[in-house]
Design a protein around this ligand. Structure first.
Ligand SMILES: [Fe+2]
Length: 240
């Protein structure tokens, strides 16, 4: 393996592309065996983002779409750290998030759920991780919504995440769920994840220590991207 390459994806940890319980995966999944390719230079080096690419309200979904007041719903802070598989911080990672409003409705032209749009809520935000890999954004807790899969399937409340780390090999698209939501364990999409421990890693616990009293509750969500093989210097752990 050449220097600077990333660990291979652990496909036992990620959901399989084909799972009949998640109906659209039947037609979306590859019909032939996958072919593994080595990472190329572009997958290992790009992209790089700077804070100057963000607007001042990009990390504040309570205010970034507000027109005549603030959005309706439970005010929350979502924060955590972006780390690699060796638990090293990933600074400068671009974190993009999108979600339904408090009623479970997306602001999207193909959205058909009967819950109303909130004129003061867009549902999109982004931020960049700091030197210690930490990130934070403010939003409204999304509502669950029904979706056409089985006769009565509901998505648990969730926030979609897209993360760009230090190379395209570190791209991760995932969803964050909220501690205590009974719909998590009924969801056919969640059920495609083979390992219960992997599901639990997607559930953000309530974090009272970072809650802002009389304002917003906090939820903590740490994100692990693929690690690089070449830059783990184990002797540093011993202080040499
Ligand atoms: Fe969704």
């Amino acid at each position: 393996m050449s220097g600077g390459s990333f660990y291979q994806r652990d496909r036992r940890w990620h959901p399989p592309a084909y799972d009949p319980g998640y109906k659209t995966s039947i037609t979306r999944s590859p019909q032939k065996p996958l072919i593994a390719l080595d990472n190329t230079l572009s997958e290992m080096t790009g992209p790089v983002f700077g804070h100057e690419t963000l607007g001042p309200l990009d990390d504040d979904m309570i205010r970034n779409f507000a027109k005549d007041g603030e959005p309706i719903g439970q005010r929350i802070i979502v924060h955590g750290r972006v780390l690699d598989e060796d638990a090293r911080p990933v600074p400068g990672a671009l974190i993009e998030v999108w979600q339904a409003n408090a009623g479970g409705r997306y602001r999207h032209k193909k959205e058909t759920y009967l819950a109303p749009l909130d004129p003061n809520f867009g549902g999109c935000g982004r931020t960049i991780s700091g030197p210690d890999g930490s990130y934070r954004f403010r939003t409204i807790k999304p509502g669950p919504y029904p979706w056409p899969n089985g006769p009565n399937d509901w998505r648990p409340a969730h926030i979609h995440f897209s993360i760009f780390g230090h190379g395209f090999a570190q791209r991760l698209i995932t969803q964050m769920y909220f501690e205590g939501d009974p719909l998590i364990w009924l969801c056919p999409i969640v059920a495609t994840i083979p390992d219960k421990a992997a599901i639990e890693r997607l559930i953000a616990p309530l974090d009272m220590a970072n809650t802002v009293p009389m304002d917003a509750r906090a939820y903590k969500f740490d994100i692990v991207l693929r690690g690089r093989r070449s830059t783990l210097f184990e002797n540093r752990m011993e202080g040499n």
